[in-house]
Design a protein. Structure first.
Length: 239
């Protein structure tokens, strides 16, 4: 249940047959999947669903999960039934699982509500990916592959890993340039700093973050990593 102070950022509803049902069916409900800039909050949610559930899927079925990801990326027609389930539009008589990515201040977190099998959750994520346009699918397929390789808790470290960033803050995910400008201390209203300005601000911020200049010993490593990421974001935007 989303806390009253939390903000809903992405959502996937998966409707599926009950665990003991003789037939295995799957459908999709509400999808809120913002993907710009890639992977977007929607991409982080799809990757989170896959990473949180794939390890519980029968290992004999995992190779076909990989093949399905590639088919979805290419836009191939997925012949049904697939992976023991038939995808359909009708939701009547099906149970619901709901997964969300929520924000509290600048912090991101997952809310997984799984009422079916792990395979149903993974399939729901992949069919949600299929609903996106071709450019979004191409951008998010590598994210799904990264999620499939993850072996660890689904936390802030996972979010940063999935996004390929040194931070998992909401601003860094939704507006990386604004985050980078603020982190490097550019004045409000700065739009297009020069390469020289970026390098100068980076060096100054790096010096301030060092313990020899008053920076926190415990946080210095993380701070330096974030400053390097901010510089990378701004320099990449100039290319």
């Amino acid at each position: 249940m989303t806390d009253a102070s939390s903000q809903l950022l992405a959502e996937v509803e998966i409707f599926h047959s009950r665990t003991q049902s003789p037939t295995r069916r799957l459908s999709l409900g509400n999808l809120v999947l913002p993907v710009d800039p890639a992977p977007g909050l929607g991409g982080l949610l799809l990757g989170g669903i896959v990473a949180a559930h794939l390890h519980e899927v029968d290992e004999d079925l995992v190779p076909d999960v990989h093949r399905l990801v590639l088919q979805v990326d290419r836009g191939d027609r997925v012949v049904q039934p697939r992976l023991q389930h038939r995808y359909q539009i009708d939701r009547q008589g099906l149970s619901r699982s709901r997964h969300r990515l929520v924000g509290d201040g600048e912090q991101l977190s997952y809310e997984f509500e799984s009422n079916g099998t792990a395979l149903q959750q993974v399939l729901g994520a992949l069919y949600s990916l299929e609903r996106l346009d071709v450019l979004a699918r191409h951008a998010l397929t590598p994210v799904v592959h990264k999620a499939m390789r993850w072996r660890g808790p689904i936390d802030a470290t996972f979010l940063a890993y999935l996004a390929g960033s040194a931070t998992s803050s909401i601003t860094a995910m939704t507006d990386p340039r604004a985050w980078a400008l603020e982190l490097l201390g550019f004045p409000a209203g700065t739009v297009s700093p020069t390469k020289r300005d970026v390098q100068r601000r980076y060096r100054e911020s790096l010096r301030d973050a060092h313990p020899d200049h008053g920076g926190s010993i415990d946080l210095a490593g993380q701070r330096i990593e974030q400053l390097s990421e901010a510089r990378r974001v701004l320099l990449a935007a100039m290319q």
